[in-house]
Design a protein around this ligand. Structure first.
Ligand SMILES: Cc1cc2nc3c(=O)[nH]c(=O)nc-3n(C[C@H](O)[C@H](O)[C@H](O)COP(=O)(O)OP(=O)(O)OC[C@H]3O[C@@H](n4cnc5c(N)ncnc54)[C@H](O)[C@@H]3O)c2cc1C
Length: 237
């Protein structure tokens, strides 16, 4: 699928269901580091899981690393990789079959050049879903907190080489952020269309009242708008 087509889906699906849009969009973007940077063998291991209906998550954010994602504290160590750390706000995190996880390669220090990416499969020892957030909306799309306590994964789960994660991070952000804007556009458009339909379906006096109030508030003449509301209410009763 082309990128513009992907953005169009990200915009259109949330018009009907935001949660479905988020789950789909997260799946697409979470596997983009696999599509772009995984080896042939790694692609053969993980992409069929998703093609067969599996879900993916991408775990970047931590309690102390949000907008400044490079401040992450999760670490990868040793040849058979030992993962330690925690992640928050991870879409699909509790239900994903594979998690594309960002951390720092301990031997390379704590800077941006240590950022690396590994894949955690569901059920990996030491990996735990701590809980899911109770959100105001989009509740059918889960947002999870994850913990990695000396989680042991094979070296073959590392994408690229240790320290090659920063370019994967920027590539992911460059592709995923516009889809959040597309999603917001879809939701705003659906809300606008619903509002128009609601006003058009109102009984005639109400329709006139709404039109007059919106006209006056557009002019910034609130007192006048209130007077019209009161007048319309008394003539309607
Ligand atoms: C529903 C949901 C789903 C999510 N899904 C995922 C996911 O799947 N994977 C994942 O890794 N993350 C996910 N996130 C996390 C998301 O990427 C972070 O919330 C985001 O990066 C912001 O981080 P933060 O919440 O820690 O806010 P902060 O970084 O603490 O920012 C708080 C506020 O401060 C402002 N701010 C921050 N730094 C500066 C600065 N230097 N100068 C001026 N202003 C600044 C920000 O603009 C913001 O308004 C999700 C979040 C939500 C709400």
């Amino acid at each position: 699928m082309s990128y513009p087509a992907c953005l169009a889906v990200c915009r259109e699906v949330p018009k009907a269901c935001t949660s479905t849009g988020i789950v789909w969009e997260t799946n697409v973007h979470a596997i983009s580091p696999l599509v772009d940077f995984a080896s042939h063998d790694q692609k053969n291991r993980w992409l069929p899981v998703i093609a067969n209906g599996g879900l993916a998550a991408l775990a970047l954010t931590e309690p102390s690393a949000g907008s400044d994602a490079t401040g992450m504290k999760t670490t990868f160590r040793e040849d058979e990789i030992l993962v330690n750390g925690s992640k928050i706000f991870i879409t699909n995190g509790d239900v994903a079959d594979i998690i594309v996880l960002f951390g720092k390669w301990a031997e390379l220090g704590d800077g941006r050049d240590a950022i690396s990416v590994a894949v955690i499969e569901k059920g990996a020892p030491g990996f735990e879903v701590i809980g899911t957030d109770k959100k105001m909306g989009s509740r059918a799309s889960s947002t999870a907190a994850l913990s990695f306590n000396t989680c042991r994964i094979p070296r073959a789960n590392l994408l690229g080489k240790p320290g090659e994660g920063l370019k994967m991070l920027y590539d992911f952000l460059r592709k995923s952020r516009p889809s959040v804007a597309a999603q917001a556009l879809g939701i705003a458009r659906a809300a606008f269309e619903d509002a128009i339909a609601y006003v058009n379906d109102c009984p005639a006096p109400l329709k006139r009242l709404r039109f007059e109030v919106s006209l006056f508030s557009k002019r910034g003449d609130r007192r006048c708008g209130k007077a019209v509301s009161a007048k319309s209410r008394s003539s309607a009763s």
